[in-house]
Design a protein around this ligand. Structure first.
Ligand code: S3P
Length: 445
């Protein structure tokens, strides 16, 4: 393992400074996808130059879309309309990005050509039946590494994994009741709905992030939202425009927790996305007794944002129960919430979060195993974790499992641990948060 592949963390004295939170990953992906299939030019500001979002750009370049990038996070896309993408000459590669493969499949299902799409070793273990099933109902055939959705009696049984072969074509509208609250599945179906003749409806079991709906409106699509029912009318015509991406609250979360836990800290996080379907972490921090100052709230490109000041807590935070409809609103923040819970007074119970087992790693297992190495009292359950605090953490050598959120959460744990913490395999951090290490160095002096 090369030097750049590991992070060495020592206990921080205090964290002080201002941080411009990098662009939201979910919104950056969607901006490229909708920009590519819109008519005319789309300009994206504060785009996240993380590897996941660059993978989305590469996929559209492979399909004949012209995309210009500047190093300041400005992207210009020459959209060609919903049928303007062309058959890629190669297999599309999404690298580590689950959002890319699941969302783009909705667009590929509406094309007259066949595409093969895959990604790295982690992507090849991510379940895809969840998107193959609704796309099959709409008329596309999705073949995965362990079978073909809807063919040969396999419908309703068996999981499929990338590489996926997507045979698209004329799609029919559907009304799809989603078994899991997943924004990726919802977005995939809504994107396919842009190609179907009529109204496609998705029914969610509970609210999941709604960036696709907001951005579709921004691009002029006809969208109806009534409670947990979201409909889109096809065939749609989208109009390119300008999008200003807010900072990613999932990236801000690491510093919200770090600022609370490291004594004497005072951090100002700028331009944090505050979409109501994403701010579960803020609710949890408030309920645990943390004090945050939320300032300068505004809405740009349909997405709310604010500056947040966090100072270290004089009083210990307290353990709480987290479950139900709150889970999709903080699904990516659970690893860092687990770190915080090790320092809370009492027990924190995280439940209804089985989805964590099929992320970039099995996050219930990976975060529990690694926090235990540092001395935490943490018990894995089938759908979550039970964490009893407060415990004193000690430095250890940590496996990131090549999962960016595990790597960054454990780095924050290292800031409050006695001794030295080594996080192995930290290249993965670049998928969502390039510059994470530089920020840590700067604010810890
Ligand atoms: C995402 C949705 C979530 C989240 C992922 C990004 C999105 O996944 O975990 O990091 O951009 O739509 P699920 O929809 O599978 O829960």
């Amino acid at each position: 393992m090369g030097q750049q592949n590991m992070l060495k963390i020592i206990k921080a004295k205090k964290l002080i400074g201002e941080i411009n939170i990098p662009g939201d990953k979910s919104i950056s992906h969607r901006a490229v996808m909708l920009g590519a299939i819109a008519e005319g030019e789309t300009v994206i500001n504060n785009f996240l130059m993380g590897e996941d979002c660059l993978a989305t750009i590469n996929c559209f370049k492979e399909m004949g879309i012209e995309i210009e990038m500047s190093n300041k996070g400005k992207i210009i896309i020459k959209g060609k309309g919903i049928r303007g993408v062309t058959k890629p000459k190669k297999i599309l590669d999404v690298s580590n990005s689950g959002t890319t493969i699941r969302l783009i499949s909705g667009i590929l299902a509406g094309q007259e050509f066949e595409t093969t799409i895959t990604g790295d070793a982690s992507i090849q273990k991510r379940p895809m039946k969840r998107i193959a099933e609704p796309l099959f109902r709409m008329g596309a055939i999705i073949e995965g590494s362990e079978g073909i959705e809807g063919v040969g009696g396999r419908r309703g049984t068996g999981e499929i994994y990338p590489p996926l072969k997507i045979k698209g074509g004329k799609l029919r509208p559907t009304e799809y009741k989603m078994p899991v609250a997943s924004a990726q599945v919802k977005s995939c179906v809504l994107l396919a709905g842009l190609y179907a003749d009529g109204k496609t409806t998705v029914i969610e079991p509970g609210p999941s992030r709604d960036h696709t709906e907001r951005m579709l409106m921004h691009f002029g699509a006809k969208i109806e939202i009534s409670g947990n029912k979201i409909s889109v009318h096809g065939p749609a015509s989208l109009e390119g425009g300008e999008i200003d991406v807010p900072g990613d609250i999932s990236s801000a979360a690491f510093f919200l927790v770090a600022g609370l836990l490291v004594p004497g800290s005072d951090l100002l996080l700028r331009n944090v996305g505050m979409n109501p379907t994403r701010i579960g972490i803020i609710e949890v921090l408030h309920r645990m007794g943390a004090k945050l100052e939320i300032m300068d709230e505004e809405i740009i490109s349909e997405e709310p944002r604010a500056n947040i000041r966090v100072t270290s807590s004089e009083k210990r935070v307290t353990g709480i129960e987290i479950g139900g409809e709150l889970i999709p609103k903080l699904i990516d923040e659970i690893p860092i919430i687990a770190v915080l819970a090790t320092q809370a007074e009492g027990t924190t119970i995280i439940k209804d979060a089985k989805e964590l087992r099929v992320k970039e790693s099995d996050r219930i297992k990976t975060i529990s195993t690694e926090l235990k190495k540092m001395g935490a009292a943490i018990e894995e359950t089938e759908d979550g974790m039970i964490i009893t605090g407060p415990t004193k953490l000690k430095g250890a050598t940590i496996n990131s499992y090549r999962d960016h959120r595990v790597a960054m959460s454990m780095a924050i744990a290292g800031l409050i641990a006695d001794g030295e913490t080594i996080i192995e395999d930290t290249e993965c951090i670049k998928t969502s948060f390039p510059g994470f290490e530089d920020i840590l160095n700067r604010i810890s002096g």
